[in-house]
Design a protein around this ligand. Structure first.
Ligand SMILES: O=c1[nH]cnc2c1ncn2[C@H]1C[C@H](O)[C@@H](CO)O1
Ligand SMILES: [Zn+2]
Length: 343
């Protein structure tokens, strides 16, 4: 088992982090003040509302926790501050490259347009890049429970926003009731624009078909993909296509993807050669950091060593939505820094 100081020191990549689920307490308070919303809650009460408890019963109960922060994220200023805040927390985790995702349609309650919401997030990420040793990009999420009419407004955003920070598309939300098949037309519209795709899939019991369908619809990464444990033959395809699984241990136990450590497939998939990675999913909702997620893995699998953590970071770099030159630079940096930690 690795020491916490060693884990803290490791450079990291995070591919799966939701903006709205990852706001720090101080940021939540600032956003409320800016929005002239009197929360009238102690710090403990704020956290209690924003975090999902251990006894959360399923994905839908987990997702209900986002209702608390969304009213605070309805202006350009607050979205910019939120994006900066999440990238700042990532820098504290020694993350050198992060992709932060959010659903623009959830931020239009006042007078923002979809494009303005994206511009605000990208502006906050750019500002964080100036202040910290981090590269931070943005992904747009469509919500599965949304109407197709609303979802079809998302692909054109990629025509309108010409900013290198906007790098990909995701589908998040209620996987229990909205399987992948419904979205084939939408994803065709994303694919015609050559936009990188990662999709939440295989996060809930018996949802393995969504993983297969997501890959067939153009996803090169899968959010969580826990149910790939039930389709051993398909794991070979995930390996041959170098599909990256964005796993998030704390979140995966809270949403009841699995309930017993013996059933968590991270190490089994890694040993087989699947490109697994570690992520927070939601720093606040899951009350976690990437260091804590690495710590869990190190505790559950004491022989998962520094070189294994390095390997999953190289998998993450390979799967990142950046060009070959940027990937090469990150591989080089990580080789160098991990060598220093191992010495
Ligand atoms: O783990 C998740 N699965 C499915 N949807 C999720 C997860 N975490 C967050 N979301 C949803 C709730 C957020 O409001 C939305 C955009 O970030 O994405
Ligand atoms: Zn997620």
């Amino acid at each position: 088992m690795l020491r916490p100081e060693t884990i803290a020191q490791m450079p990291k990549v995070e591919l799966h982090c939701h903006l709205d689920g990852s706001l720090s307490l101080s940021c939540i308070k600032t956003l409320a003040k800016n929005a002239k919303i009197n929360l009238n809650l102690t710090d403990e009460e704020i956290l209690e509302k924003a975090q999902a408890p251990e006894n959360t019963r399923n994905l839908l109960e987990y997702l209900a926790r986002f209702d608390f922060v969304l009213p605070l994220l309805q202006s350009y200023t607050n979205l910019e501050l939120a994006a900066y805040d999440v990238a700042r927390q990532a820098a504290l985790d020694n993350i050198r490259y992060i992709e932060i995702r959010f659903a623009p349609e959830q931020h239009l309650l006042q007078n923002l347009t979809l494009e303005e919401a994206v511009e605000a997030v990208v502006a906050g990420l750019s500002r964080a890049e100036e202040d910290f040793d981090i590269i931070a990009n943005a992904l747009i999420c469509g919500l599965r429970q949304s109407t197709l009419e609303k979802l079809e407004k998302l692909p054109p955003i990629f025509d309108h926003i010409n900013d290198s920070h906007l790098v990909g598309f995701d589908l998040a939300g209620d996987e229990l009731n909205y399987p992948q098949q419904k979205f084939s037309g939408l994803l065709a519209q994303v694919n015609t624009r050559n936009v990188h795709i990662t999709l939440h899939a295989g996060e809930c019991p018996h949802c393995e078909q969504n993983i297969v369908d997501s890959v067939n619809m153009g996803a090169t990464r899968i959010g969580h993909g826990i149910m790939s444990k039930n389709i051993p033959d398909y794991q070979e395809i995930l390996i041959s296509k170098k599909i990256v699984l964005e796993m998030a241990p704390s979140s995966n136990f809270q949403t009841k993807s699995v309930t017993r450590i013996e059933d968590y497939p991270f190490k089994q998939l890694y040993d087989k050669g699947v490109h697994v990675t570690l992520n927070t999913d939601n720093r606040t909702v899951s009350n976690t950091t990437l260091q804590k997620e690495y710590g869990k893995i190190s505790t559950w699998y004491p022989d998962f060593g520094i070189e294994d953590f390095e390997q999953i970071n190289h998998y993450a770099i390979d799967g990142a939505f950046i060009d070959a030159v940027e990937k090469e630079a990150l591989h080089f940096k990580f080789n160098d820094e991990y060598k220093k930690i191992s010495d």
